[in-house]
Each structure stands twice: as C-alpha cells, then as structure tokens.
Design a protein around this ligand. Sequence first.
Ligand code: MTE
Length: 331
Amino acid sequence: MLIKNSSNGFVHPLASEITPASVYLGRRELMRRMAGGAAGVALASWAGRSAMAQTAATGKLAPLVGARSAVAGAVSMDKVTDYKDASTYNNFYEFGTDKADPAKNAHTLVTSPWTVAVEGLVKQPRNYAIEDLLKLSPQEERIYRMRCVEGWSMVIPWVGYSLANLIKKVEPLGSAKYVEFVTQADPKTMPFVGSRVLEWPYVEGLRLDEAMNPLALLTFGMYGQVLPNQNGAPVRLVVPWKYGFKSGKSIVKIRFTDKEPQTAWNKAAPSEYGFYSNVNPGVDHPRWSQASERRIGEDGLFAKKRKTLLFNGYEAQVGQLYAGMDLKKFF
Ligand code: MTE
C-alpha cells in the first residue's frame, strides 16, 4: 500500500510497512534506550551498531568504517541482512554463475596493486591508485536496500562516498552526458572471463545526472570492513534505486562520454535489460513479474513476499531524474 504526499507528488511507503523499532531492537532494548532519553539517537545508530556487531563474525578483512551518512534516504531502517548471506549469495559472473560460486572462487582476484583510470570527457583525467581513491573523500556508512532483477533483495551496510565527489574533482566537460564503468576482466585471475554468457569486460553505465545523485555510492567496504572479493573488491558501485546488475564490481575504468554506453546485459539481451533498469514493479521483465520480492534471510515457510517499490523506495530522492519520461519505454 502506497500513499502519495500531495505537496511533492512522491510516493512513500506507509509507516506500518517499516519494521517497528520494537521488532528489530527487541522491546526490552528499546525501553532501555528510551529510558536513557536517547531514542532518536538510538534509532539512528541502531543499524550501524548492528552492522558493527556483525563485523565480528566476518573474519579477517581489514576494518573500514564510515561515519553515519547524512545524505537523505541513505540509511534504511530495515533489518540488515546477515553478513553471511550478503557474502555467500552473490552475482559475479567472472567467478561463475551459481550464487555460491563467487564466494568459492573469488580468492584468486588480485586487488592490490589496483588502479582506476578516470578518462574521457573531463578536464582532469587521472589514474587513481586505489589508496588515493579511497582517501579522496571521507567514508560514510550507507544502509541500502538492494533489489536484484531476479526477484530477491537484501539490506546491506556499505562504506564509501558519493560518486559525485569524484566526478566534481575530475570536472566533466559540458559535452559529457554519460558515465561508463568498466570492470576488471582478467582471465588469469577470473576463471569465467571468456565464458560465453556475457561479453567481457562487464560494463555498466549511468546518465551523468544519475551518477551525480548523492545516493550513487562509490563503495569500498561493507559491514565495517573492506569489500570481500566476491562483493566487488576493491571498489564497486552501488546504485540503490536500480536493479543490482547496474552496480558494477571491481571497477578499473570510469569514462565520461557523450553517448549512452553499451552495457554488458543490454548487449546480451536488449529486450530484457534496458539502459535505465530502474526498479519498477509496474514494468515486468519479459519472462517474470517484478511486482514483489523475496528478502534474503526471510525465506522461511511462512515468509511473505514483499511488494517491490518504485525506484526501490528511493523515489523521493531520484524520481525527479525521470520526470516526463515514459518508464515503460525507457526501462
Ligand atoms: N559486476 C561484475 N563485474 N560482474 C557481475 O557479474 N553482477 C551484478 C552486479 N555487479 C555483476 C556485477 C549483479 S547481477 C548483481 S545482483 C550485483 O552485482 C550483486 O552484488 P552482490 O553480490 O554484492 O549482492
């Protein structure tokens, strides 16, 4: 059930659809925090704490923490997905097409040294060593819902900064209209590069104004640690209002262009995967409905599917990017 706010025309989920704090904190813990007079702070920091608590279970990766993001909409209060699910149920076709393959196979990815080339229609093209890219802007923690085109979703605490911060630094020319993201394709370290399921390297793209939206996250970590290889180390994109495949992993090149980039999935199946790929319950995939989703970790016998929200629930933040566009045509 959705309600429309008449002042801005945006659609928001009903408050009753947001998990009540008493459910995810446990009633006793909530009472304790409220008695401490810090309910608001407690609520705002809950998800971060839960992420940090999960860090302990994640093993040996280097810590990477970010300050809680102040960007509007950047911190979902949904229950965070278990680290184990987020790091063992993956799509990273360079390491195999089964969900369990990336966690098994991605240990061969070499993430250091790593350089990201920023090139094309910019005043300041530059090769960034990953260490310099990491330091370009303060790290923030963002808790985003991620909706995969296959019909499942997760809620993940990412660490990174707005891609816009990098874009401003390299100063796009007036002619730049799109940003292309080219990812690593090394057959020596990525066993399925060369398989015929996709054309390699895996390429994704955004319109420049989409890339400038503060929610588009250049991502270096999750759950308070650097990214595990299977989640796209050492740097990936996370675009929470688009289907998960728009979030390219293990990026090596960011190129500014005046033409819409040819993306890997669009090339593989143009009628199924458009350039925009905004999460949209009203536009079915040609072979299945996109109206609902299964939240990973909630898949017990009686778990109900969730309704998928337009723009994955981020309409207030990104809806204006698509004003006047026919989203059935530009799917
Ligand atoms: N990036 C690369 N390089 N290769 C891939 O196969 N899969 C995409 C995206 N980025 C993919 C990729 C898809 S289909 C999804 S749903 C997300 O990564 C999954 O991210 P996650 O495994 O961290 O949840």
